[in-house]
Design a protein around this ligand. Structure first.
Ligand SMILES: [Zn+2]
Length: 99
């Protein structure tokens, strides 16, 4: 697989994940609509997720997607971690180190 194909697949993958997350969020929002003033929490969750996804999309553009963003690291992020959470930005070592 060449880099172009890899980038295309990565982009496709993250867009699919984004779509799934948005659907999940919509479900969460409607599920919580009957609770007393859930707006802030749900909005916070939504904003945070959207910000994370936007950052991930920026990393795809810059070509740093899939690599640990901690300064001085830059190791490839474990595939399993990316599959579980496509917007993830750190390798397992750094995640443990930085909490
Ligand atoms: Zn790292």
């Amino acid at each position: 697989m060449n880099t172009k194909e890899e980038n295309f697949l990565t982009k496709k993958f993250i867009l699919e994940q984004k779509d799934k997350l948005q659907k999940k969020l919509f479900f969460l929002i409607s599920e919580n609509a009957s609770l007393h003033d859930p707006t802030l929490t749900i909005k916070d969750i939504k904003d945070k997720r959207i910000a994370e996804i936007k950052k991930a999309l920026e990393r795809i553009k810059k070509g740093s997607y899939g690599y640990c963003q901690y300064q001085g690291c830059g190791m490839p992020i474990e595939r399993k971690r990316l599959e579980a959470k496509p917007q993830i930005y750190s390798c397992l070592n750094c995640a443990r180190k930085h909490g």
